[in-house]
Design a protein around this ligand. Sequence first.
Ligand code: ASP
Length: 338
Amino acid sequence: MKTIIMSVLLCTVVLNTFFTLALAKTPIGIVIHGGAGTISRDTMTAAQEQAYHAMLTHAVSQGYSVLERGGSSVDAVTAAVTILEDSPLFNAGKGAVYTFDERHELDASIMDGESRNAGAVAAVTNVKNPILLARAIMEKSVHVMLAGKGAEQFAKEQQLELVDNSYFNTEFRYEALKRAKQALVPQPHQAAVPYDPAWKMGTVGAVAIDKKGNLAAATSTGGMTAKRYGRIGDAPVIGAGNFADNSSCAVSATGHGEFFIRYQVASDICARVKYQKIPAAVAAKQVLAELKQVGGDGGVIVVDNKGQLSWVFNTEGMYRALKTEGGEVQSEIFATKS
Ligand code: ASP
């Protein structure tokens, strides 16, 4: 009799533990962005709006399906960002902006929140998908960040697809460069550079949480129109434009990179979550509001380690989409729900 009672008790404990763990399981989810800036209905045709929604929906759905199949958050953010890089609509990969010298120099980074491994690439000119190079740097090199010619040599060794720099040419971005050059005046200090988000903004990114509860973030960009002297933005700077840590959150940013670097936007959000124990969405809102106070325009997407997804921006709009477990794809562009 005693044995039967003991067995029943043991079974109850085991079942309780099982259900508690099952219920505690964090939901999978992914958020992506395609840049923030002066994005308003007045400056966009219905056809353009539809094209953006279609591409955002496609990218977020592909990323989500990786998670649904049990894939890692690193695989999910890589899949989503690669799709956005291949689209001319966004300032990353194919749609990268022009430098002052009428070329393209691309930056990207990726971070794995479980191991806190990271890979970053700066100022590459011939790598079709810089996010794949960032990932190769994370997984197949002993370094975190590679730049320029060395990074391109590593890309070749890793047999990543290389293209001529002209692959990144687009009419629309060239027009933006011409406008930017007209507006540029020499400034001695980066914080004082006149900033027109209408022609400077853009970047793509993704953050995700997988079935194991692991977080990841990926960010890729052509940088800022008319950038000079090998300028590198926040996108490849871990902690500035990209960050992931399972103990808090994962963030991908877009905006005026000089501010995001100096204010360490991505890691500041996660540090507030970790040490102040505030929700990630609240932390992101605080940081973006503080950034606005000092003149920094942009936005972030965030996922925390409970699977809460959020986006915050201090500009007129931000191309963005998310998919939660069991929810429909939500794709938005303007500040108020479209
Ligand atoms: N953050 C990018 C950079 O400064 C640009 C952007 O996101 O708009 O390079």
